[in-house]
Design a protein around this ligand. Structure first.
Ligand code: SF4
Length: 139
């Protein structure tokens, strides 16, 4: 992690409360970059939390909202309902293009995050629903 990221963490702590949308998030640099973002020797940006998790240095995974991205959750406390919506952002366009080539629906791309959030059974039900109602149409 860069010295500038460490400085932000010392100043703001491990997370920051944002008035809009009124929840805690990762601290950000003044240019909007997450402080946990690192860039490897090939210039590829990675999440330092996820890297440490994959290397077995911590059992703490990156936040579920990051894990699910580009799926965004909207949870309604009153009704108990939750909606999963695709957050379209042009920086993901190459990944979307690859997903189209591979014919991989987004929910399968974020399979591990959905299982982490809702469990294996939930994902399997979602997958069955897709196979029954959408997959055949797409062929
Ligand atoms: S995945 Fe989340 S925590 Fe990790 S660098 Fe990206 S925004 Fe930050």
């Amino acid at each position: 992690m860069s010295a500038s990221s460490r400085k932000v963490l010392q100043e703001q702590g491990l997370s920051t409360f944002y008035d809009e949308p009124k929840y805690d998030g990762t601290p950000l640099h003044s240019d909007g970059r997450c402080v946990y973002l690192i860039v490897d020797e090939r210039g590829i940006a990675k999440c330092s939390i996820e890297k440490a998790f994959e290397e077995g240095l911590t059992d703490f995974q990156k936040p579920i909202s990051c894990h699910l991205y580009p799926v965004r959750m909207n949870e309604n406390e009153l009704t108990g309902f939750a909606a999963m919506n695709y957050d379209q952002w042009d920086i993901c366009s190459e990944a979307c293009q690859l997903g189209e080539e591979l014919k991989m629906p987004l929910f399968r791309f974020v399979q591990q995050a959905i299982i982490r959030k809702y469990g294996q059974l939930f994902f399997e039900e979602m997958d069955k629903y897709y196979e029954r109602y959408y997959h055949l149409e797409a062929q």
